[in-house]
Design a protein. Structure first.
Length: 102
């Protein structure tokens, strides 16, 4: 894994969403042996995100960035704390699922 955009919480947040959206796109493209879709549908995709922010002063930019760029329904929990890679300012864990958004 290569960290990108050192020192830039905005661009790291956008990159994080791009990575999550790639996983969602893959899940939407899954097919069974007959070619029938078995993955998530765009209408049903929803997520739970746990977003870690290294510096509390970066919370506003990270939260605003995610609010403006999320392309799927999500509930976000923002936490402040140490992140395993020193050059990351933002990191997220996501649980993606199907079902009707609540």
């Amino acid at each position: 894994h290569a960290s990108r955009h050192p020192g830039d919480p905005y661009r790291q947040a956008v990159e994080t969403l791009r990575n999550i959206e790639t996983v969602i796109a893959t899940a939407r493209s899954l097919r069974d042996g007959t070619g029938r879709p078995i993955g998530l549908t765009a209408r049903e995709t929803q997520a739970l995100l746990k977003v870690y922010v290294r510096h509390p002063e970066d919370f506003p930019v990270v939260q605003t960035t995610l609010d403006e760029h999320l392309s799927f329904p999500a509930r976000c929990l923002y936490l402040s704390g140490a992140i395993c890679r020193d050059n990351l300012l933002v990191e997220a864990e996501a649980v993606i699922g199907g079902g009707k958004p609540s």
